[in-house]
Design a protein around this ligand. Structure first.
Ligand code: FAD
Ligand code: FES
Length: 229
C-alpha cells in the first residue's frame, strides 16, 4: 500500500521488513524502501510497530541499495516490538518528515552520543565521509561506532565534548539533552537534532511542543534539527 503522506514530500507505505541484527545493545532494522525517499539526513520517519496505537519517530540510519536501515534502542514497548520484527513482516512507514541537517557547510564535524549516532551513517554517506567524534557509556554501546569507520570514540566518564577540536567546525550533533547543551555552549553555530515524544510527526497533535527561541513550537515541524544559537 502506498500513498502520498499527509505532508508534502512524505510517503506513507506498508513495506516489507528485510531483516534485523544486533549492533552492540542496539538493533539495526532493515526494510525494503519501496517508494519511500530517504530524504535529507536528520529528517525522520514514523514507524508503526504492529499492535500499537501510535507510530514511533526514528532517524534514517543508512541507505543500503534498496533498503532503509534504522538503528533502534529498545527502551520501551514500541521500540521492543520494532526490534523483534522478523524478515517478511510488514511495517507501516511515513516519511521523510521534519527538517534535517544543512550539509552545505565547509567543515562538517559529526558529534554523536549513544543512540544519537543513529542519523550519522546516512550523513556520512551523503557527505562522502568526514570526521566524527562519538561518546558512549560502555564498550558494548561503542560497538555501534563500527557504523562510522574512523570515528574517534570517548567512553564514559570521558565526555565526547572533550574531543571537540579547538578550531571552529560546523558541528552536526545528536545525542542526549545534556550533551546537546554542552555542545551548544562550545559551538553556538552547531546544528542540533533534538527529541520530544511525537504522536503524529507532521504537526497535527501538538504532542511535541517545545520552547524554541522563546516561543512554543512543534518540534516535528520546526525541527528536529535546530541551530544551537
Ligand atoms: C525525531 C526523532 C528521531 C528519533 N530517532 C531515533 C532513532 O533513530 N533510534 C532510536 O532508538 N530512537 C529514536 N528516537 C526516540 C524514539 O522515538 C523513542 O525511543 C521511542 O518512541 C520510544 O518508544 P517506546 O514505546 O519504545 O517507549 P515509551 O514507553 O514510549 O518510552 C520509554 C521512555 O522514554 C521516554 N521517551 C519516549 N520517546 C521519547 C522522546 N522522543 N524523547 C524523550 N523521551 C522519550 C518516555 O517518556 C518513557 O520514559 C527518535 C525520536 C525523535 C523525536
Ligand atoms: S508530533 Fe504531532 S505535532 Fe509534532
Amino acid at each position: 500500500m502506498t500513498g502520498s503522506g499527509p505532508v508534502a514530500g512524505a510517503t506513507a507505505e506498508v513495506v516489507e521488513v528485510t531483516g534485523t541484527g544486533p549492533i552492540g545493545p542496539y538493533t539495526l532494522l532493515r526494510v525494503a524502501a519501496g517508494g519511500i525517499e530517504p530524504g535529507i539526513p536528520g529528517q525522520f520517519f514514523m514507524l508503526h510497530p504492529p499492535g500499537h496505537v501510535l507510530p514511533r519517530p526514528m532517524s534514517l540510519c543508512r541507505v543500503d541499495g534498496g533498503e532503509l536501515c534504522f538503528l533502534i534502542d529498545a527502551i520501551g514497548p514500541g521500540t521492543r516490538t520494532l526490534c523483534a520484527l522478523k524478515a517478511g513482516e510488514r511495517l507501516h512507514v511515513l516519511g521523510p518528515l521534519g527538517n534535517g541537517f544543512d550539509l552545505d557547510v565547509p567543515h562538517p564535524l559529526i558529534v554523536g552520543g549513544g543512540i544519537g549516532i543513529a542519523p550519522f551513517p546516512y550523513v556520512a554517506q551523503v557527505l562522502g565521509g568526514g570526521p566524527a567524534i562519538l561518546g558512549f557509556r560502555s564498550a558494548h554501546h561503542a560497538e555501534a561506532a563500527a557504523l562510522l569507520p574512523g570515528a574517534e570514540v570517548a567512553l564514559d566518564p570521558v565526555l565526547v565534548t572533550s574531543l571537540l577540536p579547538a578550531e571552529p567546525m560546523d558541528v552536526l550533533a545528536c545525542g542526549p539533552e545534556p550533551m546537546l547543551e554542552a555542545v551548544r555552549a562550545r559551538a553556538p553555530q552547531a546544528q542540533l537534532a533534538w527529541e520530544a515524544p511525537m504522536a503524529c510527526g507532521y504537526g497535527a497533535c501538538y504532542g511535541c511542543v517545545v520552547e524554541v527561541d522563546g516561543r512554543l513550537q512543534r518540534l516535528c515541524v520546526a525541527g528536529p534539527v535546530l541551530r544551537a544559537a
